[in-house]
Design a protein around this ligand. Sequence first.
Ligand SMILES: [Ca+2]
Ligand SMILES: [Ca+2]
Length: 181
Amino acid sequence: MSGLECMYRGDRKRFLFPGVANRKVEVKFYTSAPSFTADTFFNFNAMSKYPNNPTIHDYSDDFVVQRDINENYVLVMTSYLIAPATGNYYFALACDDACVMYLGDERNLIIQSLNSNELMDYTGQPNQVSSHHYLTKGEKYYIEVVLRENTQADRMSLSMKIPGEPDKWQLVTSRFLAPRY
Ligand SMILES: [Ca+2]
Ligand SMILES: [Ca+2]
């Protein structure tokens, strides 16, 4: 697992994108986001930087934030999933504070996880897991994950269940992805 991290040097916080070999996940990071609640998660109107002026624009290899990287931010990660098999897929998010996932070119909202969960624990809340989505092997599907953080701990992971492997959550890492550029 790679995942976004940050490093403290004195009182300065530096962002790291460790192990980024393939740069298949586009990352846009917006600081100074106003506090939100579950009811105002989708209200980005008060953010002058969103969506065209991210504080950081970089790349990652997966949809993982390992631990606290900042306060009061919005993180948007996008990529294409190349379906490794044909059949029904399930997706699951675990995060702090709250996160959502869109699937497909129509940006269908398939997960709204608005409660805090431990990293890669997809059993805490029923709304962490999507319904089934039928995908075709070799086809390309747009994925977008949005993480919002108020304060204290923050983290996120996106996993999926692949057809034929119903008992195994697998992180959506670069081996399943194609870049959007
Ligand atoms: Ca934090
Ligand atoms: Ca938090």
